[in-house]
Design a protein around this ligand. Structure first.
Ligand code: ADP
Ligand code: MG
Length: 289
């Protein structure tokens, strides 16, 4: 059974896609079989890495078949071990959101997709990127996930939006969970992201830590903080995972170190292992762990 992580926030521009792509990239470099699903109608994750084998279909087919993943929906990226279900909705169309609205089982469609063959046997991790808004796609992704990572940029607007938007969405989808545990979403973890060095940002980050721990639906604030750094944008431009772009070892806030810390925190079985010690073809680090 894969570990399913949705990257979700009702706010745009908080580094959801960047985090999804880079986390997927480093986990694949750890030797894991990783599937990412682009749940944003604006296909930024789909364009993040070069595609070496493009499937004729993508997310539209997976959703409109009620959560059925078939081979013709899975594309291969240039990162070995990293496959993707591409966003394939033309233009700004809200077709999937409105299609989902009509379905009684809308909250379970993505869950079905990630818990059935072939995803079930083939992948150890599934990451679902979502669009920064409230909608049915976001909700079905939150319900499919074991964990939801919600990046927050340490500015007041993002912090407020988080409380008002993301937590409200979780409240609405978990409203019935006390009566039926099947109706429970994944656990939410806040990720402080794009933290710059200003005093103001640091204070807001501290506030986020204190304020959100213990809030309903918030399981925790991740210890790992993603700093604001040019490497993240530059790596995206070069279409490579950021830990391969800024490879400085033993530099506390280099992308190499930060992305390892994030992977270790989410997958403690990887703790203190670096991807350059992994022979992709040889071993899955989690086997025998
Ligand atoms: N750690 C970072 N430091 C600086 N800029 C970043 C960082 N992470 C992402 N960015 C930039 O911030 C912008 C928004 O990121 P993106 O991942 O597209 O957000 P979202 O998917 O939440 O809308 C992009 O231009 C991206 O390159
Ligand atoms: Mg995005």
């Amino acid at each position: 059974m894969p570990t399913v992580i949705a990257i979700a926030s009702t706010k745009g521009g908080v580094t959801k896609t960047t985090t999804t792509a880079n986390l997927a990239g480093i986990l694949a470099d750890f030797g894991m079989h990783v599937l990412v699903m682009d749940g944003d109608q604006q296909p930024s994750l789909t364009k993040y890495y070069p595609i070496v084998s493009r499937a004729p279909h993508g997310l539209t087919q997976v959703i409109t078949r009620g959560g059925l993943v078939t081979e013709d929906c899975i594309s291969k990226t240039a990162v070995p071990g990293l496959d993707i279900i591409c966003s394939d909705v033309a233009g700004d169309d809200n077709i999937l959101q409105s299609w989902l609205k009509e379905r009684e089982d809308r909250l379970f469609i993505m869950r079905r997709a990630v818990r059935r063959s072939p995803v079930l046997e083939r992948y150890q991790v599934v990451l679902i990127d979502t669009q920064g808004a409230v909608g049915e796609l976001q909700k079905t992704a939150a319900m499919a996930a074991d964990r939801i990572i919600s990046p927050i940029k340490p500015d007041i607007l993002s912090a407020n939006e988080f409380a008002g938007g993301t937590l409200a969405m979780l409240r609405s989808i978990n409203a019935m969970a006390d009566f039926n545990p099947d109706l429970r979403s994944g656990d939410l973890y806040v990720l402080i992201s794009a933290l710059d060095r200003s005093k103001n940002s640091r204070e807001i980050a501290e506030h986020i830590r204190r304020h959100f721990i213990g809030q309903p639906y918030v399981k925790g604030v991740l210890n790992t903080v993603i700093p604001h750094a040019a490497a993240y944008t530059a790596a995206a431009t070069h279409q490579v995972p950021v830990h391969r772009y800024d490879k400085r070892r033993n530099v506390e806030n280099s992308a190499w170190e930060v992305m390892h810390r994030l992977a270790w925190e989410l997958f403690p079985e990887l703790d203190q292992i670096y991807v350059d010690s992994i022979d992709r073809d040889e071993a899955d680090p989690r086997e025998g762990a």
